[in-house]
Design a protein around this ligand. Structure first.
Ligand SMILES: [Zn+2]
Length: 277
């Protein structure tokens, strides 16, 4: 089945991973900016990273027929450095017109600190001023519930936000309803260590339905599996779910969310004429 992975950090993966993803049906990837495995020392480190995301990765993906899209920000972990964060925020507009940039992300919280919250709100303001979609990282494990609550409260305080253009990622059983009920999109991350397994993600789909819900692998530097979305497809088939429901989750939902950006263009491989879902 063709699918889109809406959250996959390909800068940390090999070219062989691109080939495997293509073989498994991946036709498009969106890659949010994140922590690089180390704290960067200057705004120029981020400028080079954004060039990698906007110039290098699209070419690497295209070799295997995969469309590559991206999101820009300084991640929550490095946002603890407020001075550097503000330099990065001031530099981001240099890249917003690039062909594959869908918006601002993945912004959010890591340890739910005041500095992280300040920089989160400044990113939201930047997104609103530049009419950008937003992709949000929620903290893991014991910080997730409170961090998600804080993020929803901060978004609720901002009058300029169109909730249908915001995706809140890494939701789990205890946070998914609050995100969907508030009118945002939600993403489930399939991950071998923290976050969701494919079986838990299917449980959640069975609980809350398929509206405004996406799944991703978040493949990154750590123990992660870039082909986790096909694992979810297999689990849904094993439980007897309809192919149309599976396709909605792994292809049509991310397609619909991303299509709110005029930069997003994807020829549907299953359609003879292209562009129709
Ligand atoms: Zn991520």
């Amino acid at each position: 089945m063709y699918y889109i992975d809406p959250h996959l950090h390909m800068v940390s993966r090999t070219t062989d991973d691109y080939e495997t993803l293509a073989r498994m049906g991946c036709v498009a990837i969106s890659e949010p900016a994140f922590w690089a495995g180390f704290d960067r020392g200057s705004v120029d480190g981020f400028r080079d990273y954004f060039r990698q995301l906007t110039e290098v990765e699209p070419k690497r993906a295209a070799q295997f027929g995969i469309k590559h899209f991206t999101w820009l920000c300084i991640n929550a972990k490095e946002a603890e450095n407020v001075e550097l964060s503000r330099e990065v925020l001031a530099m981001i507009p240099e890249f917003l017109d690039c062909d594959n940039v869908l918006g601002i992300g993945e912004i959010g919280l890591n340890r739910n600190t005041p500095n992280e919250a300040t920089i989160f709100q400044e990113h939201v303001q930047l997104a609103v001023e530049h009419d950008q979609q937003i992709l949000i990282h929620t903290p893991h494990l014991e910080d997730k519930f409170q961090g998600t609550r804080m993020i929803l409260d901060m978004l609720g305080d901002h009058s300029g936000i169109d909730r249908s253009r915001v995706l809140v990622d890494h939701v789990e059983e205890h946070t998914v309803k609050a995100v969907l009920d508030a009118g945002f999109w939600a993403g489930m991350t399939l991950y071998p260590v923290t976050k969701c397994t494919p079986a838990r993600a299917v449980d959640i789909i069975e609980m809350v339905g398929s509206e405004r819900l996406c799944v991703n692998s978040a493949g990154d530097w750590g123990p992660s599996k870039p082909t986790a979305v096909p694992d979810l497809v297999m689990e849904m088939r094993r439980r007897g779910h309809a192919e149309s429901l599976i396709r909605k989750i792994v292809y049509e939902n991310p397609y619909t969310f991303f299509s709110q950006s005029k930069k997003f263009e994807l020829r549907d491989p299953a359609s003879r004429n292209g562009f129709d879902v």
